[in-house]
Design a protein around this ligand. Structure first.
Ligand SMILES: Cc1ncc(COP(=O)(O)O)c(C=O)c1O
Length: 334
């Protein structure tokens, strides 16, 4: 963990998507923003990482790739005690299963590339401003509260009230960075959104069946899913935040080495070998040599990724077909 009194900073959970980690760790420092990565399950560590330059607390509803459940409500309390907003990446949970603003989050972000689109056809994202954070009372956000010389000298909080943050995002950041979705991709996301609830219901049903199957399989060492976690706190959080189930992206460790994991993957036929997640079809990948191949051995272990770890993204196919595919791959490498 780093501390600096010169730069503004973000306090972030360390179990986040690798791309977000890279943005925080390597790119944002070039803009004078640093990130203190913390163990989000250690609230003392979270709180002690916040200093007077901290501008936000950042978490994911379900950690990547192991699906750990974060206690949004208690992390929101810590953020608000220090007058900073809680930003939640809710990509893996989806708004169908969890709505973080109801638990105190201030800003929610989604990679729409995943469940919202559902078919891996477009890249895009969503920012949802809860509209409740009091930027003026915080005293830490001059760019929202003071007159903005690049936008007619307005103060966003004075001019836009509850929509201050999201208006600044659209009026300033979108204008300056050009991070906008093409109309055709926006159309594809809206098509996907129409079936979000149906798909997520089926993803969840299938995922829980697969977790049960793997958890009882003699060729499986362990399954990282909150529904079968050996940590009672994880079980409790899963029940609280996911009363209807959830977590169709998770990992398991096959008995054996990296080669065994790769052979297993090569013998799957229904699952597509892809780095994407949350498509309507089932996906598989070997994190240590693909998505996380830039990590050191220690970083891999810190994120719960071993040579024999396999990541699954369970799709919406018929559950019997999914289980049969897994079964045949296990037989082929027995
Ligand atoms: C949890 C999470 N957040 C954000 C992203 C970034 O998404 P995109 O590829 O749409 O930029 C990803 C991508 O894998 C992700 O898994």
């Amino acid at each position: 963990m780093k501390f600096s009194s010169k730069w503004d900073n973000i306090v972030s959970a360390k179990n986040i998507y690798g791309g977000s980690f890279n943005l925080f760790e390597h790119t944002l420092p070039q803009y004078g923003i640093e990130t203190n990565f913390v163990d989000i399950f250690n609230e003392e560590e979270v709180e002690s990482a916040i200093n007077e330059k901290t501008k936000a607390l950042y978490i994911e509803t379900l950690g990547n790739p192991n699906s750990d459940v974060v206690d949004i409500e208690s992390i929101a309390k810590i953020a608000h005690k220090h007058k900073i907003p809680l930003v939640v990446d809710n990509t893996f949970a989806t708004p169908y299963l969890v709505r973080p603003i109801e638990y105190g989050a201030d800003i929610v972000v989604h990679s729409a590339t995943k469940f919202i689109g559902g078919h891996g056809t477009s890249i895009g994202g969503v920012i949802v401003d809860g509209g409740k954070f009091d930027w003026e009372a915080s005293g830490k956000f001059d760019s929202l509260t003071k007159p903005n010389p690049s936008y007619h000298g307005i103060s966003f909080t004075q001019a836009c009230g509850a929509a201050a943050f999201v208006t600044k995002v659209r009026a300033i950041l979108l204008r300056d960075t050009g991070a906008t979705i093409s109309p055709f991709n926006a159309f594809l996301f809206l098509q996907g959104l129409e079936t979000l609830s149906l798909r997520v219901e089926r993803h969840t049903y299938n995922a829980l069946k697969v977790v049960e199957y793997l958890n009882n399989h003699p060729q499986v060492e362990s399954v990282s899913h909150p529904s079968v976690s050996k940590d009672p706190k994880q079980q409790e959080l899963y029940k609280k935040y996911f009363p209807n189930g959830g977590g169709s992206i998770f990992t398991f460790d096959i008995k054996g080495d990296a080669q065994k994991a790769k052979d297993f993957i090569d013998n799957l036929e229904l699952f597509s070998l892809l780095a994407n997640v949350a498509d309507v079809k089932s996906l598989v990948i070997h994190p240590a040599t693909t998505t996380h191949s830039q990590c050191t051995k220690e970083e891999l272990l810190d994120q719960g990724i071993r040579p024999n770890t396999i990541r699954l993204s369970i799709g919406c196919e018929n559950i019997d077909d999914i289980i049969q595919d897994l079964d045949e791959a296990f037989k082929a490498v027995a």
